[in-house]
Design a protein around this ligand. Structure first.
Ligand code: DC
Length: 230
């Protein structure tokens, strides 16, 4: 069967990564969580005090540090999924904290950060057989991807999912704070100048507000079979 590139883009917390990870495992493809890469840069920036008091980024300091920021993924046999590493330190849980979520949008809006991340992502997917999830995969990273999905769900449904996820991990969570964060990130992600979140013309839209994980999985497998059979 021919190997393809699968781009899964969409709003934050709409279950993109769960569906992308499950699909990758099911079909034996490599999974790349590009949001984790922007989150890792954000964690590095927080640890090095690269944010001004008003939340803006000290861009000159960050740009100088970019060569020292190495992000990689290592397969975790316990979970069957890849974990994110920042300079060889496992940061998989820390990058999901609300503090990182609250600071990631301005980092992801910086041109030199995106250029560096996109280059790494293109390298990771150069041999196809990859499922990549993010915001600009179908538009910028792999505009020729054979299968592009644009996922969305209502802001309330997405906030509830993130709330449940944090609670399940025993991390602090407040529903209203999370909803506000989801709405703010939607706005910033869709209005930034560099690679704003938008559906590629040839992407298939999936609103999963009222879908179970199993229904979504079946829907996605069907799209995968269509594209690999062509
Ligand atoms: O998918 P996520 O919530 O983990 O993504 C974290 C942030 O990174 C989100 O605010 C948007 C940004 N992002 C991006 O700009 N481009 C990507 N390809 C992936 C994520």
């Amino acid at each position: 069967m021919k190997k393809i590139t699968i781009a899964i883009d969409g709003h934050s917390s709409c279950g993109k990564s769960t569906m992308a990870k499950d699909l990758a495992r099911e079909v034996g493809y490599v999974y790349v969580d590009t949001g984790a890469m922007y989150r890792s840069v954000t964690l590095y920036a927080l640890r090095h005090d690269f944010f001004n008091a008003d939340g803006s980024v000290k861009t000159a300091e960050l740009e100088a540090a970019m060569p020292d920021i190495r992000i990689s993924f290592k397969f975790n046999p316990e979970t069957g999924r890849p974990d994110t590493y920042l300079n060889n330190e496992r940061v998989e849980d820390e990058i999901r904290s609300l503090e990182v979520s609250n600071h990631v949008s301005p980092i992801a809006a910086i041109g030199f950060v995106r250029t560096a991340m996109v280059a790494q992502q293109q390298q990771m997917g150069k041999d196809k057989g990859v499922v990549m999830d993010g915001r600009d995969i179908g538009t910028t990273v792999f505009p020729d991807a054979e299968l592009k999905i644009f996922v969305t769900a209502s802001a309330e449904v997405r906030a509830q999912r993130r709330f449940d996820e944090l609670k399940a991990k025993g991390m602090p969570a407040d529903f209203d704070d999370i909803l506000k964060n989801v709405q703010e990130r939607d706005y910033i992600d869709s209005h930034r100048e560099v690679s704003p979140l938008r559906k590629a013309n040839d992407a298939i839209e999936l609103d999963n507000s009222n879908m179970t994980i199993a229904e979504q999985k079946e829907w996605l497998m069907e799209r995968f079979r269509e594209r690999t059979a062509q």
